[in-house]
Design a binder for this molecule. Structure first.
Ligand code: C2E
Ligand code: CA
Ligand code: CA
Length: 403
């Protein structure tokens, strides 16, 4: 962070600075110098960027920048910009690289640090991304999005309590594409709400058959609930939750049997908007689960204030518990906190009987993972409901004491 006193210079005409600055507070003046003296070109304030030409080239500057009042500025170096771009979307990098190259060639300058160029690899990655985006736009309308169901099991009495609905894209030539490849495309292209609606429509259509099998199985299976993943960004759209509820009721379903799963990011970034949307979702009958709990944020405050029914402890914690005392303590404290707030907990990624037994011992309410079943199409989920029986779990093997 750079502090500038009123009247002091950040850049003088003829300097060759190596970074731009984000203005945290105060105002700066951009000044041109000519035969007639100083001329004010611009006044820039909080939230604006000054000195961005340093990111284009490191030639001596023709203007000066002077603090009008006390200022705080955050430097942005060409190297840090390049590092950020290296991990960014290839389409963004391709377009930005091309624009910068054209701008530099207009100015007849060389780059300070060569920014990503239109290399063949980048062009191919950008092309593949754009093609996937275009194909995804048709995938929903063409019925290529399918739903697989993964069981969620009560660790109290081993009953099957429901399923998580997980989207699958059955591409006509490329086969089954996993959600990790297309959910980011859906989000980037603004069609994540269409994806949610497509999954929800499938779930509502499939639920009567699930219920019928559950009734035949009697007490071994609870009143089945189905969880649907929704993108955080969609939750912020003012009418999204209401429209989802309308879609459910119009199709003859009920929000009471559905849980909406959201990751922490959106809840932490926009706590007040998220609170309003979650309150509305709950009032309409949906339950709310926080997905991948523990992976995003160090603060747990939001779970005290937001209307949340369930926490889903991320699989990295569940799978790390047996060998790591600290991980086990994190899971145990999460369970205690959730219990005190009357929030149910699902342990995700349960693959081994030891993990199942350990979660049970720590008082976790539900488990989900390959141990109970992989995500499967409805045709295989239905016999699973009918044939459901308790998990045979040994006593937990603990190789490290609690931290
Ligand atoms: P998620 O919501 O955390 O879903 C659980 C993921 O963990 C699923 O991967 C599931 O197959 C996998 N999994 C379950 N049990 C185990 C286990 O025991 N071991 C291991 N290693 N993995 C296990 P999947 O189906 O590939 O989904 C990945 C992610 O894609 C989901 O993570 C979710 O964030 C997202 N996703 C899936 N369907 C949708 C959807 O309809 N809408 C949105 N917005 N996101 C979705
Ligand atoms: Ca989920
Ligand atoms: Ca998860």
């Amino acid at each position: 962070m750079i502090r500038l006193d009123p009247g002091s210079y950040l850049v003088r005409q003829g300097d060759a600075p190596t970074c731009a600055y984000l203005i945290e507070s105060g105002c700066v003046e951009v000044l041109a110098h000519g035969a007639a003296g100083e001329r004010l070109l611009a006044v820039l304030g909080r939230g604006e960027i000054v000195g961005e030409m340093a990111l284009i080239d490191q030639a001596p500057r023709t203007a000066s920048v002077r603090a009008r009042d006390a200022c705080l500025l955050m430097p942005i170096t060409a190297e840090s910009l390049e590092k950020r771009l290296a991990g960014a979307d290839p389409v963004l990098r391709l377009v930005l690289g091309t624009v910068l190259d054209r701008y530099r060639s207009l100015l007849g300058v060389a780059a300070a640090v060569p920014l990503p160029r239109s290399a063949q690899a980048l062009r191919s990655a950008a092309y593949a991304e754009l093609r996937l985006e275009e194909e995804f736009a048709h995938a929903i309308a063409d019925g290529q999005i399918h739903v697989h169901y993964q069981p969620i099991v009560s660790l109290v009495d081993d009953r099957l309590t429901g399923f998580e609905a997980l989207a699958r894209w059955l591409h006509p030539t490329r086969g089954l594409i996993p959600p990790a490849s297309f959910v980011p495309v859906a989000e980037a292209s603004g069609s994540s709400d269409a994806l949610t609606r497509a999954c929800l429509a499938r779930v509502i259509a499939d639920m009567p058959a699930m219920r019928a099998r559950a009734e035949r199985r009697g007490g071994h299976v609870a009143d089945l609930r189905v969880s649907v993943n929704i993108s955080g960004h969609d939750l912020m759209a003012p009418t999204f939750v209401r429209e989802l509820a309308r879609q459910v009721t119009d199709a003859g379903g009920s929000p009471d049997a559905l849980t909406l799963e959201l990751t922490e990011t959106v809840l932490v970034r926009n706590p007040s908007e998220a609170a309003d949307a979650l309150e509305e979702a709950r009032a309409l009958g949906f339950r709310i689960a926080v997905d991948d709990f523990g992976t995003g944020y160090s603060t747990l405050n939001y779970i005290r204030t937001l209307p949340i029914d369930t926490l889903k402890i991320d699989k990295t914690f569940v799978q790390g518990m047996a060998d790591c005392a600290t991980t086990r303590s994190i899971v145990a404290s999460t369970l205690m906190l959730a219990a005190s707030l009357e929030i149910a907990v699902v342990g995700e990624g349960v693959e081994l009987a030891e993990q199942h037994a350990l979660l049970q011992m720590l008082g976790c309410d539900y488990g989900q993972g390959y141990l109970y079943g992989r995500p499967t199409p409805l045709a295989q989920a239905l016999p699973l409901i009918e044939g459901w029986s308790a998990v045979e779990a040994p006593r937990p093997v603990i190789s490290a004491p609690f931290a």
